[in-house]
Design a protein around this ligand. Structure first.
Ligand code: CO
Length: 285
């Protein structure tokens, strides 16, 4: 059965970090509609004043943050001495688990910056897991082409036997970056019961078989349950992120960069942050 559109969300201008102007596709107010996903931010600007203040030192616990860059780059550093740069086409899948303290500083290229950050929730059994990083370079992400008019970059998940480089993630996610020529059609199976959404980056397309409503960039399509999605590109090239994962169906207690199951766990996290006992694994790589 083809999945139908449950709802369409329009990304909203949001101020975050030390003064970064971004577009938020979904976040705190949408819980639990996108479970196991918590937030998706679209950083897209041609003006360094929108993003240069960045995201100075802040903690995370209980979640994973997934940063995917299209233009410009992000300098990343954490309290354990890890350092890196996320370049165009690269992705960082960071599992905060029990806790990391990091900074993320976007840098433009000729003033341009474009990237996405997705927050993936962790189940209660894994919220305090050891933190870890998956640094994926552009070249490590396989691309599958179908009939010369659909290209799929497989970041996470399994597309027709091609496995993405990001593996062993708790909510069994799939993260695909799909580009379709105008008028092209694409069908893809998604496990029944899994949450699935598409975020349009470029162009216009139809995201169900009714084709009643065309969806353009800076819009998110949340799918109803079913076995597969059917997507048709409009009169222009269409590019979108297609993401799915297993819902956790657990209580969400969320304050800023920390997402736990209960208020007590949140209180403890902020108390530990204040008294210097937040970091549990000093030698995380
Ligand atoms: Co962060």
């Amino acid at each position: 059965m083809n999945r139908k559109i449950d709802r369409i969300l329009t990304s909203k201008p949001t101020l975050e970090g030390a003064g970064v102007h971004l577009l938020r596709a979904f976040g705190y107010n949408e819980v639990p509609k996108l479970d196991p996903f918590l937030l998706l931010d679209d950083f897209h600007s041609h003006n360094p004043a929108d993003y240069i203040a960045g995201f100075p030192w802040h903690p995370h616990r209980g979640i994973e943050t997934v940063t995917y860059m299209l233009e410009g780059f992000v300098e990343h550093g954490d309290s354990m001495g890890n350092k890196g740069v996320i370049l165009p086409g690269d992705l960082q899948w960071m599992t905060a688990g029990s806790g990391i303290i990091h900074q993320e500083m976007p840098k433009g290229h000729n003033g341009n910056m474009w990237g996405f950050q997705l927050w993936v929730n962790l189940p209660s059994t894994h919220k305090m897991m050891e933190p870890r990083y998956r640094e994926v370079k552009k070249e490590q992400i396989p691309a599958v082409t179908i009939d010369k008019n659909v290209e799929i970059r497989v970041i996470c998940g399994n597309f027709g036997g091609t496995k993405g480089p990001v593996r062993d993630i708790i909510v069994d996610p799939e993260y695909l970056d799909i580009t379709m020529a105008k008028g092209a059609e694409f069908e893809h199976s998604i496990k029944r019961g899994y949450r699935a959404f598409a975020y349009v980056i470029e162009g216009i397309g139809y995201f169900d078989t009714d084709k009643e409503k065309s969806i353009s960039n800076e819009h998110l399509v949340l799918f109803k349950d079913g076995d597969k999605v059917k997507i048709t590109a409009g009169e222009r090239k269409l590019r979108f992120l297609l993401v799915s994962g297993k819902p956790l169906d657990e209580p969400v207690a969320w304050a800023g960069p920390i997402v736990m199951n209960t208020q007590e766990e949140l209180d403890l996290a902020f108390r530990e942050y204040r008294n210097g006992t937040f970091i549990k694994n000093k030698d995380t790589k």
